[in-house]
Design a protein. Structure first.
Length: 423
């Protein structure tokens, strides 16, 4: 069965409100059968899922795209399933990677599952069967090797699997691809069929890099008489060309234990002007008319739209209270106020009892993971204390840097700021 890439510029007007909304907000990249999916959505509620492996204890901002697409489906009466790959994490998705993912033990996977679950449960209404969070280890752990090969292996040909970009790109780079990784796409296909059997799930969403894996699931379902659908979202890059959810300093994590609510808020407050309209459509619940108004603002007024974007996204991911606290702290920092409101435990505040070296301080507040990375930031002129650039790697931060009752503002580049206070 051949699946084609959808040209979203052609004149296709969906009859279902949900599909029209997803297209209007920029969520559609590819679909296995757009017209049939439109009819399915119009006929009544469907169940859709997106899957995420537990390779870390937090998802990042790039993962928000399929999550927000499912959030909109739920707002239009459909049921979301978030699949966390407790089983597939043991294998590791080889898609567009030049080397194998490190294998994690069961304890680490369990820890990561809990962190991801805590985040995604805030995004959906999971009460009374309105949505689910499931772990594919529930069925993958039950398979015996020979039974799996007998039941599913005959539906996959090596010839076709070799044509997928995720496999071909690795081989073209002459990088090894283990049999374990090669079987990953089979496991993801089985996930789709299993979710269909258990919960009536007929739609899988994911980034465009998951197209091959998703199509495998659609085809496997077809072999058993099920009409399943694949729907991918664009892998976004920012106006600067960097991959969405990544910065020069690392991933923009969704879990506040990895990135504070204020640090998360700052990322969205500092997006490029050219990204504001697109990000408001993808990452907020604001109506399109209001987004058009905000997107038309120019100059300094556009900064107000960025604050709204930052506060809206933070509210969805971290909660309204955290978003309001981050907004207040942002108003103080970016407004240049000397006296700042007392921050909550969510805000980037380093409390020091004695002098501390600048390198250690940068690591402590999360601007660098190692002293070596901190040195590179300093040498590049990227660190400022209050408004002064600091080039001394051996600089000590002490109470003498502060006037009585003040806090020290430390900044890395133009986007990240934190506070230092002596106690």
């Amino acid at each position: 069965m051949k699946h084609t890439v959808v040209d979203t510029t052609r004149c296709f007007r969906p009859k279902s409100e949900a599909l029209q909304l997803l297209i209007d907000r920029g969520f559609l990249h590819q679909c296995t059968d757009l017209e049939a999916l439109d009819e399915k959505l119009q006929a009544g509620p469907i169940t859709a899922y997106a899957g995420f492996d537990a390779t870390g204890d937090s998802l990042h901002a790039g993962h928000l795209v399929p999550l927000m697409a499912m959030r909109w489906l739920q707002k239009n009466g459909h049921r979301p399933i978030v699949l966390i790959g407790g089983g597939t994490t043991r294998v590791g998705d080889p898609s567009f990677r030049t080397e194998s993912r490190p294998l994690l033990d069961d304890e680490q996977i369990s820890h990561n599952l809990a962190g991801i679950r805590a985040t995604v449960e805030r995004l959906f209404d999971l009460s009374d069967g309105q949505g689910k969070v499931v772990n594919n280890a529930e069925w993958l752990d039950e398979f015996r090797f020979l039974e799996f090969l007998r039941d599913f292996g005959t539906h996959f040909t090596v010839n076709r699997m070799m044509t997928f970009d995720s496999v071909r790109s690795r081989l073209e780079e002459q990088q090894p691809l283990s049999v374990l990784e090669f079987c990953y796409m089979m496991l993801q296909a089985v996930d789709f069929v299993e979710l269909n059997q258990r919960f009536g799930c007929t739609l899988q969403l994911g980034g465009s890099d998951q197209w091959g894996n998703i199509v495998n699931g659609v085809d496997l379902g077809r072999r058993s008489g099920k009409h399943l659908f694949g729907f991918t979202q664009p892998l976004l890059t920012t106006a600067s060309g960097s991959k969405m959810g990544k910065t020069a300093e690392g991933a923009v994590w969704l879990n506040p234990s990895r990135l504070s609510s204020f640090g998360f808020w700052q990322f969205w407050r500092n997006v490029d002007d050219a990204d504001v309209s697109r990000f408001l459509k993808l990452f907020t619940d604001l109506p399109l008319g209001e987004i058009d108004r905000l997107s038309s603002l120019k100059g300094q007024e556009l900064n107000e739209a960025k604050k709204i974007l930052a506060t809206q996204v933070t509210g969805i991911v971290h909660g309204l209270a955290a978003a309001e606290a981050a907004l207040q702290q942002g108003e103080a920092l970016f407004g240049g106020q000397q006296e700042l409101t007392q921050p909550t435990h969510e805000l980037p505040l380093a409390l020091l009892a004695k002098p501390l070296g600048l390198l250690d301080l940068l690591v402590k507040i999360g601007f660098a993971e190692t002293n070596g990375e901190a040195r590179r930031l300093i040498r590049g002129g990227g660190i400022r204390l209050n408004s002064s650039i600091v080039l001394e790697e051996t600089r000590m931060i002490s109470e003498g840097d502060l006037k009585p009752g003040e806090r020290l503002t430390i900044a890395a580049g133009k986007r990240r700021k934190a506070l230092v206070e002596f106690v």
